[in-house]
Write a protein that binds this ligand. Structure first.
Ligand SMILES: C[S@@+](CC[C@H](N)C(=O)[O-])C[C@H]1O[C@@H](n2cnc3c(N)ncnc32)[C@H](O)[C@@H]1O
Length: 272
């Protein structure tokens, strides 16, 4: 599995983006980079919706790892533009509810538009939109949700390689700073979940620092507070042309081996 480079990888690192990822992924990098540069091919997700929403197959798969939402109380901590919220809403049943949170007001507006356009009024009324800082959620609400999705803001290398402006501004310290933010959010997500509840941590980042390492640090900080478990839908991956690469605590879906889907890292955690 890819490792994050540590030596000489500070803000003024001599590593270029390609050197850095080349060192992490070795001979796989040129093909992986080429797969990242291909235009994304979102697929239609329409189950239980008024009209299809287009998103990456890997995102649908990861959101489904939380299982059917049914009568659960669900928190989607970083929800905009709302693709995974729709997947979670599609299995919501009697008594179930979702809190879809997004801190950016602009992106929250987009989230509301997506929810309004895709959910029938009765289902829409079960989805509340909030605008809190996910990193401090646990200060206000603890032990409150049966299911928590933390789809953390991350390096999103697919967007980086497609946008020269962002690529030019890249440095290894950016990934480390996003990892610190994701770690704070994960601790807050653990607080928000009920004992016995499920928490899905996901990113679209390639580096271990933003993926397994965030889980490892949380385990170190809170030993026994949660247990990584196998995703509920793992056996379905192959039928969707998704190759799940097992990591220490979760799974990685990468576009060079999953017919263009991903990148997507996800880890399913049983809380308590
Ligand atoms: C990876 S995107 C979420 C994608 C979304 N789950 C989906 O499937 O469409 C991460 C989101 O987190 C939001 N965000 C960043 N920092 C946040 C914070 N501190 N609290 C809540 N949301 C935040 C970003 O604005 C962004 O919309």
């Amino acid at each position: 599995m890819p490792k994050t480079l540590r030596k000489n990888s500070g803000k003024n690192s001599r590593f270029s983006f390609d050197e850095y990822y080349g060192a992490v992924f070795g001979g796989r990098w040129p093909g992986l980079k080429e797969a990242l540069q291909r235009p994304p091919r979102p697929s239609a997700f329409g189950e239980g919706l008024l009209c299809p929403y287009y998103l990456d197959r890997a995102s649908v798969f990861a959101a489904r790892a939380l299982g059917e939402t049914g009568s659960c109380r669900v928190l989607d901590m970083c929800a905009a533009p709302g693709g995974k919220t729709l997947v979670l809403a599609s299995t919501l049943g009697q008594g179930g509810e979702i809190v879809a949170n997004e801190r950016s007001s602009q992106r929250r507006k987009r989230l509301k538009t997506v929810l309004d356009a895709h959910l029938a009024p009765a289902l829409r009324s079960c989805v509340a939109v909030t605008g809190h800082n996910a990193a401090v959620w646990g200060l206000h609400e603890k032990n409150a949700y049966d299911r928590v999705l933390l789809d953390a803001p991350c390096s999103s290398e697919r967007h980086l390689v497609l946008q020269p402006r962002y690529l030019a501004a890249w440095s290894p310290s950016r990934s480390r700073s996003l990892a610190r933010q994701a770690y704070a959010m994960l601790l807050a997500a653990l607080d928000a979940a009920k004992p016995g509840g499920l928490l899905l941590y996901s990113t679209c980042a390639l580096l271990e620092a933003e993926n397994d390492e965030v889980i490892r640090r949380a385990l170190e900080r809170r030993p026994g507070a949660f247990t990584p478990i196998a995703p509920l839908c793992a056996e379905k991956a192959a039928t969707l042309s998704l190759s799940l690469e097992k990591t220490r605590f979760g799974s990685l879906i990468l576009p060079d081996t999953s017919d263009g889907a991903g990148p997507l890292y996800f880890a399913l955690l049983r809380v308590g």
